[in-house]
Design a protein. Structure first.
Length: 110
């Protein structure tokens, strides 16, 4: 009886682990991760002239927010690639500044 119970528990655990592994294998990354350029893709896009360098875009954002601290910059794919420049304003708010990666124009803030 005990041997049967242990065998059944082991079998059930194995099935659960297999199902969990299958679920992880097919899990899609969130949309915001899937739309980001990799470092190599971003470098190639800048070198080919498809998008502006991140430092140039950050300079534009710093002109609008001179006292803000730049936290992060991400290049996102799409019909028009855009940079998401994350800043911390002097009053402590976190703001995402969305900038057209081809023109350098600030599109909007969120």
């Amino acid at each position: 009886m005990m041997k049967t119970l242990i065998t059944a528990a082991a079998l059930l655990a194995g099935l659960m682990l297999g199902a969990a592994a299958d679920a992880l294998q097919y899990r899609q990354p969130p949309d915001d991760v899937r739309n980001r350029y990799t470092a190599d893709e971003a470098r190639n896009a800048v070198q080919s002239g498809q998008v502006l360098p991140a430092l140039q875009v950050i300079r534009t954002v710093r002109q609008r927010y001179p006292q803000a601290e730049v936290i992060d910059a991400e290049l996102e794919q799409g019909a028009r690639p855009s940079y998401i420049i994350k800043i911390l304003t002097e009053d402590g708010r976190r703001v995402d500044v969305v900038v057209d990666a081809q023109s350098g124009n600030i599109l909007y803030e969120r």
